[in-house]
Design a protein around this ligand. Sequence first.
Ligand code: GRG
Length: 305
Amino acid sequence: ATSADPTSSSFSLDDYLKSKLGPIESALASSVASRIPQTDRICEAMSYSLMAGGKRIRPVLCIAACEMLGGDQDVAMPTAVALEMIHTMSLIHDDLPAMDDDDLRRGKPTCHVVYGEDVAILAGDALLSTSFEHVARHTKGVPAERVVDVIARLGRSVGAEGLAGGQVMDLECEGKAGTTLDDLRWIHIHKTATLLQVAVASGAILGGATPEEVQACEKFAMDIGLAFQVADDILDVTASSEDLGKTAGKDEATDKTTYVKLLGLEESKRYARELIDGAKGCLAPFGDRAAPLLAIADFIVDRKN
Ligand code: GRG
């Protein structure tokens, strides 16, 4: 077995990511290519943000879950692309002057800085609607019910019970005293964990998971989603200010409530580790086939950006 083989005991996440990122990047690039001159500008704005160099955690999670269930990478790829489109849309909108008003994202000028607020809003809208079209049009080789289930889950993850609802709650809590750990958890479940959950659940569904298997995947993803956010708060305090697009200690300087402020640094680290260990336990039924997802779970708390 090679080190990229999920069943090998010497599984290497680096090799695994190297083997997945190439196909993901090319699928992303072709998904927003303009086909007629009239769409050149909007497609350029969509592509600018989509191709700006994210970690691609959501697409990798989706493909890894599909393969864990014995499904093919190609079956999951349209959904992997859709997840990154939705994620990118949320970042473009999150950076707008009406929201966080950020000039930099992933170390590059934000979409509205380059293309204007009007085009950035529309690029986000176009990425969102194209994500659903992309799954419906390009997912091949599995029963249609699985595809419909995936599209329904993607839609839910963006709406009031997902990104949009989480963002509104976040705005309500901003600068307000008395945000509790439960409030913080609610925000992060909806802003972050839900899309990670859909990434893993969709991959599993496309790979042919039973309802019990989907549930185990969902519990895994919810916990790594929360851990991701706790790790983010820890990184904001500990990361070096040379990190692109991040300012060390950023949240210390604002009113934003974070896990580190509520729990302290050491307790936050312990909480993140506990969430990751719990998450990994959910995948025990999948044996060695879970190796990539287990390694990604560790990466989420050990990452440096
Ligand atoms: C417009 C319907 C609609 C919804 C958007 C703006 C908004 C509502 C939601 C905000 C969502 C948001 C910005 C959540 C934070 C998600 C998060 C953890 C981002 C960082 O993800 P990484 O680390 O980023 O995966 P990279 O850059 O690696 O892709």
